[in-house]
Design a protein around this ligand. Structure first.
Ligand code: PLP
Length: 433
């Protein structure tokens, strides 16, 4: 009925998440409130893991792209589910370290890792560092040399496949700040260099072709291009790449019209492509890594707000103001991302209004959505916005010095705070006079 399996309506006509009454959650923990359903996160993790077992003989690893939502509790769940973790900063790595995440299953990405970040990664024996450019390659080699260790790396490659939500394009030369280009020879030069560097071990290649992708074809194309490059490396340098990381980007349902592919289908199709190509070209089957972020946590989350003023501008639109906004969810302001919302305390009632939901920041663009169908709405109602588990908390800010919301994790009858609500003291904590 809703965009996510973990959402439902109870006898009181209230919205529930993971069986818990959202109106009660809002009363107990205050608003705005991020609520995440633990079982949904776990089942998403398990689906990816099982799909690698089922379609690729377990010869791979699903890594959760932690930038989607990186908290200690989420990292702990991902660890328990046996997935790897993809981090893109010292802060994300530090979060993983704080829950004793197995470091051999951590992939460190980023187009401009600092010396401090690389040292942190080497010191803690992070499994793979995904090298973005030559400057970083040389820097990493010298840092590894000084530490007397080997850095096991992947190269980030621009495969020339760029996927958008409903279509994808293959271009000769993609304009991206990430990675090495294939068609200019830049990537092959880097490979040659890496093979020769004493403290670098080149184990694999990585690509990430976009986000919120609903098709499988772009992933198949990317796999083909990457395997072709692996073949060329073998031919030209007699060097066999053993690991292929195809990134993330699997789409999720935000609004009823969204039709994401079943997660299992990606590994099923990609495995076929990889098996076929490897057989034809005599390559060993590579270890395959995928990096779902949004699709692990996105639909597991809702954000609860309290409705304040309702401002009707006759013939124009109705603004429904809530006690959060772009600070806790900047996605509409950034990309006009669509969301579905309901009045949680009237969830069983028909949606009879079409409104604009406005946040409380001093910014006209501070909206959570426009033309949103919603139930009859009044001040004091609880508004629930769906599918906010990914790229909400992780992209939140303190704009206007608004404290960040708490995050509650529900699991059956249990509901526990996993991120405390910020206080005004937190807001001034680092200020000096
Ligand atoms: C963002 C990102 C992901 C995850 O993308 P989703 O769309 O959240 O699945 C995976 N890998 C890399 C390198 C990324 O930058």
């Amino acid at each position: 009925m809703f965009v996510s399996d973990c959402l439902n309506i109870n006898e009181q006509g209230h919205l529930t998440i993971g069986g818990r009454d959202t109106v009660e959650l809002a009363q107990t923990f205050g608003t705005p409130l991020y609520v995440m359903d633990e079982q949904q996160i776990r089942s998403n993790c398990a689906r990816y893991k099982k799909s690698i077992d089922a379609f690729y003989g377990g010869n791979g690893l699903a890594c959760y792209a932690s930038k989607a939502c990186c908290t200690r509790a989420i990292c702990q769940i991902v660890k328990e589910e046996g997935l790897g973790l993809d981090v893109v900063s010292g802060g994300e790595l530090y979060t993983a370290l704080s829950v004793d995440f197995p470091m051999e299953k951590v992939y460190f990405h980023g187009n401009n890792k600092t010396v401090e970040e690389l040292l942190l990664a080497l010191e803690h024996h992070v499994g793979r560092i995904v090298v973005d450019n030559i400057t970083e390659l040389e820097l990493l080699n010298s840092l590894a040399k000084a530490q007397n260790c080997q850095a096991e790396i992947l190269f980030r490659i621009k495969p020339g496949v760029e996927a958008h939500t409903h279509q994808f394009i293959r271009t000769g030369q993609i304009d991206s700040k990430f990675g090495f280009a294939l068609e200019t020879g830049e990537a092959m030069e880097a490979v040659k260099k890496a093979i020769a560097l004493p403290n670098i071990t080149l184990v694999g290649l990585h690509c990430h072709i976009g986000s919120q992708i609903f098709d499988i074809d772009p992933f198949e194309h990317a796999a083909q291009i990457m395997l072709d490059f692996i073949r060329q490396i073998k031919e030209q340098h007699g060097y066999e790449i053993t690991e292929l990381n195809l990134g993330g980007g699997f789409g999720v349902k935000y609004v009823p019209e969204d039709k994401p592919v079943e997660y299992e289908r990606y590994m099923e199709k990609v495995s076929q492509v990889v098996h076929n190509i490897c057989q034809k070209s005599g390559l060993k089957l590579p270890f395959i890594v995928i990096e779902p972020g949004r699709s692990i946590v996105g639909t597991a989350g809702v954000t609860l707000y309290q409705v304040g003023g309702v401002k009707e501008i006759p013939g124009i639109r109705t603004y429904v103001s809530v006690d959060g906004g772009m600070g806790d969810n900047p996605r509409y302001a950034l990309y006009q991302s669509e969301y579905e919302a309901v009045i949680a305390n009237k969830a069983a009632q028909p949606k009879v209004r079409t409104v604009t939901i406005a946040g409380k920041c001093c910014e006209s663009g501070d909206l959570l959505g426009e033309n949103m169908p919603i139930q009859e709405v009044a001040p004091g109602d609880t508004l629930a916005v769906f599918s906010t588990g990914a790229y909400n908390y992780s992209m939140s800010s303190n704009y206007n010095r608004i404290p960040k919301p708490a995050m509650v994790l529900v699991n059956g009858t249990e509901a526990r705070v996993v991120v405390k609500r910020e206080t005004f003291e937190d807001i001034i904590r680092n200020d000096l006079l």
